[in-house]
Design a protein around this ligand. Sequence first.
Ligand SMILES: N[C@@H](CCC(=O)N[C@@H](CS)C(=O)NCC(=O)O)C(=O)O
Length: 205
Amino acid sequence: RRQMPHKIYYFDLYGRAEAARMMYSHAKVEFEDIRLTKEQFAEMKEAGKFEFGQLPLLETDDGKSLSQSVAINRYVARTNGYYPEDPVEQWANDSAVDALGDLAMNAMKIHFAPNEEAKTAAIENYMGKAMPAFLEKFDKRAEGKKFMGGDKMMFADFCTAAFFCSPGMAQAADLIAKYPAFAAMVEAYKAELADYLANRPKCAF
Ligand SMILES: N[C@@H](CCC(=O)N[C@@H](CS)C(=O)NCC(=O)O)C(=O)O
């Protein structure tokens, strides 16, 4: 009944597409990992392919075009058994993903800093404030658990893994190590996703 595999359109980056790629891979669901060049993106955008003019786009096997990365990730989670039924558990997952979004915004301020001075300030804020505050909360959430979802990786776990199992995180390794429950959870993600992580295309972020 499935006419074609799901298609994830994104740039050749981990970024906003990586959690969905990880979920399909973990669920052993076939998907096409379409990585557009800037030129291909501009052409398709011009042709009106992307609802908000942005990536990622998920084209589902039954032909729906889904925009907006967090909503895409939640859809992939729901359709593959990675989204809980219980409303409080749903909140736990959603709030973790919102907090990750806030952290990612702080990281992007480094990338988009207009000059060296602004860049230094953004790095200081990210490594000195935003990241430790985030780690403190997630360390509490990680206490006594293998994954935030319990024994099984759930929606928030994949989003956290997408962010923290990236090469750039090597720079934060000493900081993360100060939060042992969370550090152990990141190691558990790396073990659970070992095949995927070893075989995925290498990207900076
Ligand atoms: N809220 C959107 C933001 C999407 C977004 O910012 N996409 C970037 C790539 S990460 C993009 O398409 N940039 C190219 C452009 O805006 O022309 C989402 O989460 O999907």
